[in-house]
Ligand binder design. Structure first.
Ligand SMILES: C[S@@+](CC[C@H](N)C(=O)[O-])C[C@H]1O[C@@H](n2cnc3c(N)ncnc32)[C@H](O)[C@@H]1O
Length: 294
């Protein structure tokens, strides 16, 4: 505090202390990101100008945000947005907060998308369970010759994805369709991507409160064994792929063998498997069997 005025640096110290008392896993990072976010400062602003006084109203807003985080609301839910693959994405109660691990799916698909564009001049992408639009919009941003359909069972998620497409300057190449997996999808695509719900129903209640209480259940619950969505995706994908097309899915840490078996039974073969930053299996890429060397 300067006199009776608060500063960003003092508020960060206060947040860090309260988060440590609340036994949060990473009090220092949460404090920096939350306070800077509420004050509209970058992290370098905080370093350079952290001792500048903030208004009473701003300090009140920061303290309200600190109290919400102490009740386990995630930092980016409180801020209402988060960065993903260089995009600025708004969140809504109907959308999963995109995870850094999902950027690995984008990284894995990108060379294939670029190759398709080099061969055909353009590419069509389908993102099933689009949520905020994270995967489809990141790929559209990287590849100006690509177009994408994003589908979801949730109308509210689709509105959020559309808003994010506008914010990130790719709206004219992005359309949405409300659909239970492939039920209302039309046409064929060069690449189908999906990060579907994959947590077994019985495990959802054991998740951290940040996930269980704030990510929508429809984005988490993958049915009794966590594999319901992969059954639908593997059964339907062949009818919506161009010859030689690609399916890329995010998976749970222990689902590589079971998801691969489902896709192989549907005529696909695994061409790539990627691990996440924690060393767990996280992304699988499949193509139709007659288009690869297995
Ligand atoms: C794990 S979230 C992924 C969101 C986003 N793609 C991402 O990676 O951040 C799964 C998404 O699938 C959607 N979903 C769940 N069941 C669905 C269904 N039967 N058909 C289509 N989408 C579904 C959820 O609403 C949610 O947006």
């Amino acid at each position: 505090m300067i006199g009776d005025r608060d500063t960003a640096t003092a508020l960060i110290a206060e947040a860090r202390r309260r988060f440590a008392e609340a036994s949060l896993a990473d009090p220092a990072t949460d404090a920096r990101v939350l306070v800077a976010g509420v004050l509209g400062l970058s992290l370098s602003d905080v370093l350079m100008r952290g001792d500048v006084a903030v208004s009473r109203k701003e300090a009140e807003q920061v303290r309200e945000a600190i109290s919400r985080r102490c009740k386990r609301e995630p930092v980016h839910r409180i801020l209402g947005r988060r960065a993903f693959y260089g995009l600025d994405l708004q969140l809504s109660p109907a959308t999963l907060e995109p995870r850094p691990d999902t950027e690995i799916l984008v990284d894995s698909v990108l060379p294939h998308l670029k190759r398709t564009i080099a061969e055909k001049g353009s590419a069509r992408l389908l993102d099933l369970g689009v949520g905020t639009g994270a995967i489809a919009l990141a790929l559209l941003k990287e590849c100006p010759q690509a177009r994408a359909v994003g589908s979801d069972i949730s109308e509210e998620a689709l509105s959020t994805a559309e808003r994010n497409a506008h914010i990130n300057g790719v709206a004219e190449r992005f359309e949405t369709v409300r659909s239970a997996w492939f039920a209302c999808i039309e046409g064929r695509f060069d690449i189908i991507v999906s990060n579907p719900p994959y947590i077994p129903t019985g495990v959802v209640a054991e998740l951290d409160p940040e996930v269980r209480d704030y990510d929508p259940l429809a984005a988490l619950d993958g049915g009794q064994d966590g594999l319901d969505a992969y059954r639908a995706l593997s059964a339907g994908a062949g009818n919506f792929l161009e010859p030689g097309g690609l399916v890329a899915v995010e998976i749970g840490y222990d689902q590589k063998n079971s998801v691969t078996a489902l896709f192989e039974a549907a005529g696909f073969c695994l061409i790539e498997a990627r691990r996440d930053y924690g060393g767990n299996d996280r992304v699988l890429l499949f193509t139709t069997r007659n288009c690869c060397a297995c």
